[in-house]
Design a protein. Structure first.
Length: 188
């Protein structure tokens, strides 16, 4: 068997298939529903009389939404923050997001977007205090959040999203949470 001709045929076929995929047009102007999930890193920081907390940990997110047109959309999501620990303190937060999305297409496969909405959350905060010992506090609330990102079409119904989100939780501890995440999103 002539391996040179086989290698040339594979290379030519792969190149032509890659070029066909690269030239394939994604029609992203129509409305669509989508679901997605991702992983990220978050930084949480707060200061109060008992605690000075600043820690980085991981977050998992799932979401679903509807793109009304190429510029507007709405989304609901769930965030599960891993427990953040800082010396004798730890916090565990999770919650739901409800957001509006404003997109600007840069290319048929690439768009940038802004998002903003409401975050309904629950938290359990634990501290080890001198003399008193272990103190646990359950908190919940709802607050505004905002973010920005870029969405890249990987295949016709599959997108990669890279985004940054900021949450300023308005409670006694006033934590600030920053999230950088990557997600895969499937449109149907």
């Amino acid at each position: 068997m002539n391996y040179g001709k086989l290698l040339a045929a594979i290379t030519l076929t792969t190149g032509l298939a890659g070029q066909a995929v690269a030239q394939e047009s994604f029609d992203r102007s129509k409305s669509e529903f989508y679901v997605g999930g991702g992983y990220g890193q978050y930084s949480i920081k707060w200061d109060d009389e008992e605690t000075d907390f600043d820690e980085d940990a991981e977050v998992v997110k799932i979401y679903g939404g509807m793109k009304i047109n190429e510029y507007l959309g709405a989304e609901i999501g769930y965030l599960n923050f891993d427990e953040a620990n800082d010396f004798d303190n730890n916090a565990e937060i999770d919650g739901f997001t409800f957001a509006g999305i404003l997109s600007a297409p840069l290319h048929e496969r690439v768009s940038v977007y802004l998002k903003g909405g409401w975050f309904t959350w629950e938290a359990e905060v634990k501290s080890d205090l001198p003399v008193i010992g272990r103190v646990s506090k359950d908190l919940d609330g709802g607050d505004w959040f905002y973010g920005a990102g870029v969405k890249v079409g990987v295949m016709e119904n599959l997108d990669l999203r890279l985004e940054y989100e900021r949450f300023d939780l308005d409670d006694d501890i006033e934590p600030k949470i920053d999230i950088a995440s990557a997600s895969l999103q499937f449109a149907f």
